[in-house]
Design a binder for this molecule. Structure first.
Ligand code: NAI
Length: 708
C-alpha cells in the first residue's frame, strides 16, 4: 500500500485511513491505496467489519480538480474513474462503515455512498457540488444518491450543488447515525454492532426510486427551476437526466448514461470556463511583487466616512465580519438616514430568513454612529465614501491624516478619482490605497484594491487579506481612470448606446446581452445605477475628449429631459411603482428623432452584432489595460467582470471568452468595426500581437506567471 492510505486494526475491525493532506482529495494513488486495503481486508479472516475514515481535518473533500483539466487537455486519460473501486467497496465481503467528518463532497460523497453504512460527526457536511464546475457526479453519484435520499433530494443536491449538514443528511437517509465525541471510536463501535448483519448494497436499494408517475412532476419542476435560476447552464439539466436514468434503468445502465453525460459536460466550454474561474479566484490573491511573508497590519477596528449608499453598505460588511466600525456623517439628518437604511437592509435579510433578529442586533451593536472625527483614533483602517469630488476627498484625507494613528490604513472608495492625488493630501501616502466596493456593497463580492504609486506592500497585502475576511474577492488593480472594471464598462455601454442610435431598440440590445448570459442588459443596468452618474462624469471630462470622434448622445439627452433611470421611474425604460420596467415608445420615438437630426442611418441590427460590439469592446479595452499593467493577469479581469459586473461565469469572463472564440477571429471582427467607426475601435496592441502569434490570453498569463 502507498503512504496515502493506512490499514490498521482495532481488534476485529479494520480501519482504512486516508491521508492525503490538506483535504484528502482523490489524487492519483488514493484509489489504488484504498483498493489494495480492501483486497487485504477481504483476505483477512480475523476482520469482521471495516471503517473508512479521513486523517486530519476531513473525510475525502472531493476530486482533485487539476485532474479534470489534465483530462480535457489530453494530459491524462478519461477512464472508468472511480466506478470499479466503488463496486469493489460495495462487494467487500465485510460490511464497510464510512466515517465522515469535515466534508464529503463530490467524489468524496460518491466513495461514502459505496459503503454499506455511513456515520458522521455532527459538524460534517456532504454534497455533490460538481455542478458549480459545470459537471455532474461522474462516479455513480447520480445513481446512488437517489437510492439513499430519494429522487427529489438527489435532484436538489445535484442541481444546486450546495452542502447539506449532517443532521439533514441523517434525515434524508444519506447518513445512518450521527456520532458525538470521538468519531473513530464511535464508528468502530457502530461497525462491531453491524458486523454480523447482512450488508446492504446501495446500488440494490431501489425502494426510494419512486414510480414514473411520482417522479414526472419532480423532474418537470426541477427542469423548470433550472431554466430560470441557472439560465443557459447545461450541467444541472444533465444531472437531472442522469437521475432520471437511475429511476428508469438498471444500476449498470444508469451508470453508463451518467458516464456519457459526465463526459459531455467535462469537454464543454462551460465546464472549462467554470474551472478557469475556480482557479482564477485563487490566483488573483497572488501578487507577483508582494511576497507571502509580507507583514500584515492587524485590522481589529474600522471607520467609514459617509453613510450614503456605499458607506452604509461598507459599514455592514465590517459588522458582518465581526469587526467594530465607526460610521461618520456630515450632519445628524444624514446620519439618521444612513442608519435607517442599514436597519432596513438588515430587516430584509431577517424577512428572507438569512439570519435572525438576534444576529442583526449583535451586528448593529458593532456599528457606532458619530459626527466626530475624534472617534477615529483607534481605527486600524478608514474607508472614505463621501461624494465623488476631488476637493472634498482631499479635505477628508487631510483631516484623516490629522486624527488617525500613524499605522492606520487610509482607503478611498472612489470609483473614478486618482488615488495618488488623494494620497498627496496626507503626510503618509504609503498608507493610502483605494478600496473600490460595488453596489450594493454588502452583497457584491468584488473588491477592486487600487494600488497608488506610493501604497506600501504591507498596506496592499493587508487589504488583500482583509478582503477575504470580509467575504469579498479582492483583485489588485492599477490607478488609471475607472481602474479596471469601470474603464472597460465605459466602451461597453458606449456601444450599447451607439446601437440604439443606429436603429436597434433598447429592448433588443438588452435582450441580446441577457441571452448571452449577462445578469442584466447594459441599458437596464444604466437605469439601475442612474443615468445621471455617467452624464455628470462625462460633463466633467468633456474637455479631455478628442474632437472628431463619435460620441454617444442618446443617454445624455435623456438626462437633459430628467430621465435619470429607475429612481425617478423613467430612463431607457419606464418603471411602475414596483420598479418593473416596460419599454417606452417615447424613448423609441426620441432616439429616432435624435438620430435623424445627427444623420445616423437606421438599420436592422442582428443580435450577433449587438453581442460582438458590446463584448469585444470589453475585450479590446481589457487587452489595453493588461498591456499597460493596470491588471496583473487576464484572469484578474475575468474575475472582476464575473463578480462585479454580472458577466456569466460559465463563459469564464471576457478575456477567457475571447480565447474560446479565438483571438484572430476577435481581432478580425474588431478591425471590421474599426473600418466603420475609426479610432474608437483601434485594436489593442496586445490583442493584435497575440492574434498574429496564434496565442491566447490564458497563454499570456501562464508566461507571465512563469517569468515571475
Ligand atoms: P452618496 O451620495 O449615497 O453618499 C455620500 C455620503 O457622504 C452622503 O451621505 C453625505 O452626507 C456624506 N458626506 C459628504 N461629506 C461628508 C463628510 N465630510 N463627512 C462625512 N460624510 C460626508 O454616495 P455613494 O453612492 O455612497 O458614493 C460614495 C463614494 O463611493 C463615491 O466616491 C462614489 O464614486 C463611490 N462609489 C459609488 C458606487 C455606487 O454605485 N453608488 C459604487 C462604487 C463606488
Amino acid at each position: 500500500m502507498n503512504d496515502l492510505i493506512q490499514l490498521t486494526r482495532d481488534g476485529d475491525i479494520a480501519i482504512i485511513t486516508i491521508n492525503n493532506p490538506p483535504v484528502n482529495a482523490i489524487s492519483p494513488g488514493v484509489p489504488e491505496g484504498i483498493s489494495e486495503a480492501i483486497d487485504q481486508v477481504n483476505n483477512d479472516s480475523a476482520v469482521t467489519a471495516v471503517v473508512v475514515i479521513g486523517g486530519g481535518r476531513t473525510f475525502i473533500a472531493g476530486a482533485d480538480i487539476k485532474e479534470f483539466t489534465k483530462m480535457t487537455s489530453g494530459k491524462a486519460k478519461t477512464g472508468p474513474g472511480l466506478l470499479p473501486l466503488l463496486l469493489k467497496i460495495e462487494n467487500c465481503s465485510k460490511p464497510v462503515v464510512m466515517a465522515i467528518h469535515g466534508t464529503a463532497f463530490g467524489g468524496g460523497l460518491e466513495v461514502a455512498m459505496a459503503g454499506h453504512y455511513r456515520v458522521a460527526a455532527p459538524g460534517a457536511q456532504v454534497g455533490q457540488p460538481e455542478v458549480k464546475l459545470g459537471l455532474i457526479p461522474g462516479a455513480a453519484g447520480t445513481q446512488r444518491l437517489p437510492r439513499l435520499a430519494g429522487v427529489a433530494k438527489a435532484v436538489e443536491m445535484c442541481t444546486d450543488g450546495n452542502p447539506v449538514k449532517a443532521s439533514e443528511a441523517l434525515q434524508a437517509g444519506i447518513v445512518d447515525q450521527l456520532i458525538e465525541g470521538d468519531l473513530l471510536k464511535g464508528a468502530v463501535a457502530f461497525a462491531r454492532e453491524i458486523a454480523h448483519r447482512p450488508a446492504p448494497k446501495t446500488r440494490e436499494r431501489n425502494q426510494k426510486l419512486g414510480t414514473p408517475q411520482q417522479n414526472a412532476p419532480i423532474f418537470a419542476a426541477a427542469r423548470d427551476t433550472v431554466r430560470k435560476k441557472q439560465r443557459n447552464l447545461i450541467a444541472p439539466l444533465a444531472a437531472i437526466d442522469a437521475i432520471e436514468a437511475a429511476t428508469r434503468l438498471a444500476f449498470e445502465e444508469g451508470c453508463q448514461v451518467e458516464a456519457r453525460l459526465f463526459i459531455d459536460c467535462l469537454y464543454s466550454d462551460q465546464s472549462k470556463a467554470l474551472i478557469h474561474v475556480f482557479f482564477g479566484e485563487r490566483e488573483v490573491a497572488k501578487v507577483p511583487d508582494i511576497p507571502k511573508e509580507t507583514p500584515i497590519i492587524p485590522v481589529n477596528s474600522a471607520a467609514v466616512v459617509g453613510a450614503g449608499t456605499m458607506g452604509g453598505g461598507i459599514a455592514m460588511v465590517f459588522a458582518n465580519a465581526g469587526i467594530p466600525v465607526v460610521l461618520k456623517e456630515a450632519d445628524q439628518a444624514a446620519l439618521d438616514r444612513g442608519l435607517a437604511n442599514i436597519r432596513k437592509n438588515y430587516a430584509v435579510s431577517v424577512q428572507r430568513g438569512r439570519f435572525t433578529q438576534a444576529v442583526v442586533d449583535e451586528r448593529l451593536k458593532l456599528i457606532k454612529p458619530t459626527l466626530d472625527y475624534g472617534d477615529f483614533g483607534q481605527a486600524d483602517i478608514v474607508i472614505e465614501a463621501v461624494f465623488e469630488g476631488m476637493g472634498l476627498k482631499r479635505e477628508v484625507f487631510s483631516e484623516l491624516d490629522r486624527v488617525c494613528k500613524p499605522e492606520a490604513i487610509l482607503a478611498s472608495n472612489t470609483s473614478t478619482l486618482n488615488i495618488d492625488e488623494i494620497a498627496s493630501a496626507t503626510s503618509r501616502p504609503a498608507s493610502v490605497i483605494g478600496t473600490h466596493f460595488f453596489s450594493p456593497a454588502n452583497v457584491m463580492r468584488l473588491l477592486e484594491i487600487v494600488r497608488g504609486k506610493a501604497s506600501s506592500k504591507e498596506v496592499i497585502a493587508t487589504c488583500m487579506q482583509l478582503s477575504k475576511k470580509l467575504g469579498k474577492i479582492g483583485v489588485l488593480v492599477g490607478n488609471c481612470r475607472g481602474f479596471v472594471g469601470n474603464r472597460m464598462f465605459h466602451p461597453y455601454v458606449r456601444e450599447s448606446v451607439f446601437l440604439v442610435e443606429e436603429g436597434a431598440s433598447v429592448e433588443a440590445v438588452d435582450k441580446a446581452l441577457y441571452d448571452f448570459g449577462m445578469a442584466m442588459g447594459p441599458l437596464a443596468t444604466n437605469d439601475l445605477a442612474g443615468l445621471d452618474v455617467g452624464w455628470r462624469i462625462r460633463k466633467e471630462y468633456r474637455h479631455l475628449e478628442k474632437p472628431g470622434i463619435r460620441q454617444a448622445f442618446a443617454g445624455d439627452n435623456l438626462c437633459e429631459l430628467g430621465r435619470f433611470g429607475q429612481k425617478i421611474g423613467a430612463g431607457w425604460y419606464k418603471y411602475d411603482e414596483n420598479r418593473r420596467p416596460t419599454p417606452d415608445p417615447e424613448v423609441a420615438a426620441l432616439t429616432r428623432k435624435w438620430s435623424a437630426e445627427a444623420g445616423i442611418a437606421q438599420r436592422q441590427i442582428p443580435a450577433e452584432e449587438i453581442v460582438d460590439r458590446c463584448i469585444y469592446a470589453l475585450v479590446n479595452e481589457g487587452a489595453r489595460i493588461l498591456n499597460e499593467g493596470y491588471a496583473t493577469r487576464a484572469v484578474d479581469i475575468d474575475i472582476i467582470y464575473i463578480n462585479g459586473y454580472g458577466f456569466p461565469a460559465y463563459r469564464g469572463g471576457p478575456m477567457w471568452y475571447a480565447d474560446t472564440v479565438g483571438l484572430k477571429k476577435v481581432y478580425d471582427r474588431i478591425t471590421e468595426f474599426q473600418s466603420v467607426q475609426g479610432e474608437l475601435w483601434e485594436p489593442a496592441p496586445l490583442l493584435k500581437k497575440l492574434a498574429a502569434e496564434g496565442r491566447t490570453f490564458a497563454d499570456f498569463d501562464q508566461q507571465k506567471v512563469a517569468a515571475a
